[in-house]
Design a protein around this ligand. Structure first.
Ligand code: LMR
Length: 400
């Protein structure tokens, strides 16, 4: 039977790291996958994470199953981080949710939840978006359509086009938004723009769904939650998928969560039962270790303060690199105004490089970026910055 199986296409993001690892050139630079690197090009395990692991190892061991929705303490810690320490949603019992294996696992749980409960709903994806969004909803047999988001000429959010599209969406459809640090553009709505989006969504009866994978990587944990909080303020239902791969550096531990804001506690109970049903037939219950780390850190004031400091260090390094990158491009005489890079937020910069230029960068200069022109700014270091800027100068046709 397997002889009839065709070779699947390479993943547009993770497949590049496979190719990068196979590349023998000594000066290769990986700016593809969204993984943070420090100024030495290393992906650190955070000190707060190491300390939490030390405490967990010293404490009692339990390898029995977790509940289907994960550890309740973890769930509550996540809800406080997403909705605010004092959010009335918690006390009112209006939240349903679960610990999921990464943000991706959470998105797939939501896909299955939509497919099983709202089979007529379409999920609307921004143009552009993270390429895996389309794959996840296709696998869950949920139809997708796209809405405009990015104004390529102005390097900004095309709010008017986005709002016009929302105002035409059928009630009962689902609008997937990026909570912060839009992947791949790095362009987020301002607080005032979020208000406009929220009222268009509420008027239309569309269900907002936030992919919130980078909380704390934009401007800070609270500031980055402005969009989520605006929806809560407006009293709409809402789905949020969190990921702790980036902000805790727990990529391989697969720690994420899905949280659903419901109208009341009774609805939340039914939604919770459906989430559990989806999970049970998929992976049964979540892996414990990563979530135990997050729960330990968020539950201890000193450890949490330490983690927030480490998160700020990562965020500040990336934002500093944005300016250095713009300066390096100018120094190499690369034509054009790249100052927009400093206004983008999160790990990525949407460079405007064409697929052909991206391929040239990879083939001739051993520099790996995603085909859309997305550069992982968190992979730029003082050691590779000049090399990258020079190569970009060369591929855009100017003498370096
Ligand atoms: C990315 O966009 O590079 C990250 O979210 C990693 C991934 O799984 O694609």
């Amino acid at each position: 039977m397997f002889e009839t199986i065709e070779l699947a296409p390479r993943d547009p993001i993770l497949g590049l790291t496979v190719a990068f690892n196979e590349d023998q050139r000594p000066n290769k630079v990986n700016l593809s996958v969204g993984v943070y690197q420090d100024e030495h090009g290393k992906t650190p395990t955070l000190g707060s994470v190491r300390e939490a692991e030390r405490r967990l190892a010293a404490g009692p061991s339990n390898k029995s199953y977790l509940p289907i929705s994960g550890s309740p303490g973890y769930g509550e810690a996540v809800q406080k981080m997403v909705f605010g320490e004092k959010s009335p949603l918690l006390a009112a019992g209006r939240l349903a949710g679960a610990h999921t294996p990464g943000g991706t696992g959470g998105l797939r749980v939501v896909g299955d939840l939509i497919h099983q409960n709202f089979p007529k709903a379409t999920v609307w994806l921004s143009t552009p978006t993270w390429p895996n969004h389309a794959g996840i909803f296709a696998a869950a047999e949920v139809p997708t359509k796209t809405y405009p988001y990015f104004d390529q000429v102005g390097n900004r959010l095309d709010l008017d086009a986005m709002l016009a599209a929302i105002r035409k969406m059928p009630a009962g459809d689902v609008l997937l938004l990026h909570g912060c640090c839009h992947n791949p553009t790095g362009i987020d709505p301002t607080a005032a723009q979020w208000k406009q989006i929220v009222s268009a969504v509420a008027e239309r009866g569309v269900l907002p769904f936030m992919d919130f994978a980078y909380q704390g990587f934009g401007d800070g944990l609270e500031t980055d939650a402005v969009g989520v909080r605006e929806f809560c303020q407006a009293g709409t239902e809402l789905i949020v998928c969190s990921s702790f791969s980036k902000n805790f550096g727990l990529y391989r531990e697969r720690v994420g969560a899905v949280t659903v804001v419901c109208d009341n506690a009774s609805v939340a109970k039914s939604v919770q039962s459906q989430i559990n049903r989806v999970i049970r037939s998929n992976y049964s219950n979540p892996p414990a270790h990563g979530a135990a780390i997050v729960e330990t850190i968020l539950g201890d004031a000193a450890l949490r303060a330490n983690w927030e400091q480490e998160l700020a260090t990562m965020r500040n390094r990336i934002n500093g690199m944005r300016q250095s990158f713009v300066d390096a491009l100018a120094e190499k005489g690369v034509p054009g105004d790249y100052s927009f890079i400093t206004k983008q937020r999160g790990m990525f910069s949407f460079s405007g490089l064409s697929p052909e230029q991206v391929e040239l960068l990879r083939e001739q200069y051993a520099i790996y970026i995603v085909g859309s022109g997305r550069i992982n700014v968190a992979g730029l270091t003082p050691a590779n910055l000049s090399q990258v800027a020079e190569a970009i100068g060369a591929v855009v046709g100017q003498p370096a």
